[in-house]
Design a protein around this ligand. Structure first.
Ligand SMILES: *Cc1c(COP(=O)(O)O)cnc(C)c1O
Length: 385
């Protein structure tokens, strides 16, 4: 009935994260296989989606580079064995310390999000007697059909340099001797399922490239189009692996590449999202006046997506096959937003049942926190239990 080793789960303290290594490897194979059908396509795994060191090792072994958004992530990537020359580093607020450690490691590229940041990287690179490669993160003014909290490519979002300011920014950066502009970087948001959104981004990139070429005679060797490919939260069993073929084909057909131009992708959720499950136990079933509550031992501190983005996750009772009933499935945290699902149908549920929250591999463990003095949930690979 399900792909979980439920009998083994019974012996493990809940809540915990469970990662299906076989599915992760199949997903990596699919992503890398589909990308390699197109000359010059490179994938950098977006570490922020899940920085579990054991997963990072598997991802490194598959040959992906890393996309980092903090110094800690650069360190995590290096510790997992990901070569510095495959690491890119984005983020609006890179600190001096973070820039230094990245310069020392010799990462491939800083995705620069403002002029003062470019200035600081230039200054620090000079101190090291180095020349740092940078890409300018361009805010393309392109929306995406996703939750408002996870769009990043609109002028009102804090990310990148507005495309209208690109020309003058490049002029200023041209005077910095210790950085070299090698590319343009974009990232319009996350959990994007409409390929049309990516095609719209490509059209904007084409316009920007043309503008740079015509006005400044500039052609850059790298384009980094970011990540954002979504996963099927509604039917994870039916669609465990995202449609990488169509995703990469969309870029291959819509992006007007210049000769030899390399294209970089920063995929996070689509790589790790479906392989992770948050496993929890029912602490109590409470009958209210208008609701039945299933109170589980996982809370919003373990998986914050439902509270933060009103995100939907499939929830399965692995211990019951009774008749379906409607429940609100909630955590123990003292916050009304600590709710995983409302009016969700589950087989008749009782104290002690094991509950699986699907599609929790991305922005799950990585976003967990210790509110209410709760211990962070442990994580297990399918190969370890
Ligand atoms: C978060 C992020 C990504 C990854 O996004 P996904 O939706 O998980 O693929 C890629 N690039 C940048 C700059 C990011 O901040």
């Amino acid at each position: 009935m399900n792909r979980f080793p439920t009998n083994k789960f019974a012996a493990i303290e809940t809540p915990f994260y469970y990662y299906d290594v076989e599915l992760l490897k199949k997903t990596l194979d699919s992503a890398i296989g589909e990308a390699s059908k197109h000359e010059g396509f490179h994938i950098h795994y977006a570490i922020k989606a899940n920085f579990n060191p054991k997963l990072l090792q598997i991802i490194n072994a598959a040959g992906m580079g890393a996309d980092c958004v903090s110094g800690g992530e650069v360190k995590a990537a290096l510790a997992a064995g990901i070569p510095a020359e495959k690491i890119v580093f984005a983020g609006v607020g890179k600190t001096e310390k973070e820039i230094r450690l990245s310069l020392e490691a010799g990462i491939f590229c800083f995705n620069v999000e403002s002029l003062p940041e470019a200035e600081l990287i230039n200054e620090l690179a000079a101190e090291y007697g180095k020349n740092a490669q940078i890409a300018i993160r361009v805010n393309p003014g392109v929306g995406a059909h996703t939750h408002a909290n996870i769009t990043t490519g609109l002028a009102e979002n804090k990310f990148g340099i507005n495309y209208e300011l690109l020309g003058e920014t490049i002029d200023t950066i041209g005077e910095f001797k210790n950085i070299t502009l090698v590319g343009l970087h974009f990232h319009i948001g996350s959990q994007i399922l409409e390929m049309e959104d990516f095609a719209v981004l490509c059209n904007r990139i084409n316009e920007i490239q043309e503008m740079l070429e015509n006005e400044k005679g500039i052609v850059l060797p790298h384009l980094n189009v970011g990540g954002g490919l979504g996963i099927d939260y509604n039917e994870p069993e039916k669609n465990p692996i995202p449609d990488f073929a169509t995703y990469f084909a969309t870029y291959a057909s819509s992006l007007k590449r210049r000769e030899g131009q390399q294209v970089h992708f920063e995929l996070g959720r689509s790589i790790v999202g479906q392989c992770g499950t948050l496993v929890s136990r029912v602490t109590y079933v409470k009958h209210g006046t208008c609701k039945k509550f299933v109170i589980i031992d996982a809370g919003m501190n373990d998986l914050v997506r439902p509270a933060l983005y009103q995100a939907y996750h499939e929830i399965e009772n692995l211990s019951s096959d009774g008749a379906a009933e409607k429940y609100d499935i909630v955590g123990p945290i003292c916050e009304s937003s600590d709710v995983f699902a409302k009016d969700r149908s589950l087989p008749q549920t009782k104290r002690g049942d094991i509950i699986a929250i699907h599609s929790a591999g991305a922005y799950g463990e990585a976003m967990s926190f210790g509110y209410n003095c709760r211990e962070l949930a442990k994580a297990y690979l399918s190969t370890e239990i």
